[in-house]
Design a protein around this ligand. Structure first.
Ligand SMILES: Cc1cc2nc3c(=O)[nH]c(=O)nc-3n(C[C@H](O)[C@H](O)[C@H](O)COP(=O)(O)OP(=O)(O)OC[C@H]3O[C@@H](n4cnc5c(N)ncnc54)[C@H](O)[C@@H]3O)c2cc1C
Length: 354
């Protein structure tokens, strides 16, 4: 979120510095799956659907621009999304939601689903097919973004932890960091799962908490699977080069990013149920990331109600990649005093208090 907002701000001529405790883009945005649609999208409030639609329209050009500027291709790919094992009531809800939003969605029987994904395993019909859902290879994306920002002249200070944000006369004065104070005109807190802790001392209490997600990675020959497949809250994502990601758990484990044997076993079994061809492949990696969880998945974006120049962009929960382009544009528009294309009210960081 921070990197994309920096891109928008720098493109408008602002001088931007990214302060990052670790490596830029190496936390949740690296750990995620890169599916560019909410899972079970009809379960979310309209504010998420609106942001997702605006972002989905921006993604192809953004990915192409980043590849062109940096030579690093984020591999935006329209894989489509198959979703099975839904109860009949939910299938009806999904169809109504898709019709209302003009989103192509088909209901397939077993043969139809297998025609779309020949590698499909035990995934119960009816299967919903959303052909326009795309994915991005998020570790490449963050690498490309970082490079693009350097070319734009954005300054990076990595290994620098922001410890406090200090104010003066109702505005931001400076940041206290692990390597000294940094003066700042405006500050955007895009600290993911760690954001709430930075804002609370400033009187802004937002319900953003870490929600751990574990993933595993298979590697096999390219073309084994073609589609993203979701069933019983578990999914597989085929990358172009034969890697297949399988995820993900949803765990309340505080800020603990360790991985567990149970999750590895469970994700392996579920992935092989969804796509039996994975049975012969080794798991080459397992990792965990901390999502910036919010109660309904609606992110918190906007200015602190009392402190001028203190901005927030966090709480994107399970959808921070799909929602990123329109979120970054919205936040940049607000910070620059431009009229945003989307109504910012549903995302206001102060909305819980209102
Ligand atoms: C397993 C998993 C699967 C996912 N799959 C998908 C998916 O398929 N599609 C999708 O859209 N989303 C997915 N997500 C969610 C998505 O990854 C997140 O919503 C998104 O990455 C959040 O971005 P962010 O910039 O807010 O947080 P982050 O990427 O975590 O960035 C926050 C940054 O702030 C830094 N930071 C924190 N505190 C400080 C401090 N005090 N000082 C300096 N720096 C600090 C951190 O080091 C970090 O780099 C998934 C997440 C996980 C974990």
């Amino acid at each position: 979120m921070g990197l994309l907002a920096a891109r928008e701000l720098a493109a408008a001529g602002a001088r931007v510095t990214v302060l990052e405790r670790g490596q830029p883009g190496a936390e949740s945005s690296w750990a995620g799956g890169g599916i560019l649609s909410p899972l079970y999208p009809w379960r979310y409030p309209e504010a998420v659907t609106r942001l997702a639609a605006a972002s989905q329209a921006m993604w192809p050009d953004l990915a192409e621009a980043l590849a062109g500027e940096t030579g690093l291709d984020p591999q935006w790919t329209r894989s489509g999304l198959l979703m099975g094992d839904l109860d009949p009531g939910e299938v009806e809800t999904a169809r109504r939601w898709a019709a209302a939003h003009g989103i192509p969605l088909e209901t397939l029987d077993e043969a139809g689903a297998r025609a779309v994904e020949p590698g499909l395993g035990k995934v119960g019909p009816p299967v919903l097919w959303l052909p326009e859902v795309a994915q991005v290879r998020n570790p490449r994306l963050v690498q490309a973004l970082r490079r693009a920002l350097e070319l734009q002249g954005v300054e990076f200070r990595q290994g620098v932890e922001v410890q406090a944000i200090r104010t003066r006369d109702g505005g931001v004065r400076d940041l206290v960091t692990s390597s000294g104070t940094v003066p700042a005109g405006q500050v955007l807190v895009a600290a993911g799962a760690w954001s709430a802790g930075l804002l609370e001392p400033l009187g802004l209490v937002i319900p953003v908490r870490p929600v751990r997600g574990q993933m595993i990675l298979f590697h096999g020959p390219p073309g084994l699977l073609h589609r993203i497949v979701l069933s019983r809250e578990r999914y597989v994502i085929p990358r172009r080069d034969g890697h297949v990601l399988a995820g993900s758990t949803l765990e309340e484990a505080g800020f603990d990013k360790s991985v567990t044997r149970e999750a590895r076993q469970e994700l392996m079994a579920e992935a092989r149920r969804i796509a039996p061809a994975l049975a012969g492949l080794p798991v080459v990696r397992q990792w965990a990331g901390l999502r910036p969880g919010s109660p309904t998945g609606v992110p918190f974006m906007g200015e602190h109600q009392e402190i001028k120049g203190l901005w927030v962009a966090t709480g994107h929960y399970r959808n921070g990649l799909v929602l990123a382009p329109a979120s970054a544009r919205l936040v940049a528009d607000l910070m620059l005093g431009r009229t945003p294309a989307l109504d910012p009210a549903p995302y206001s960081p102060g909305r819980e208090a209102a």
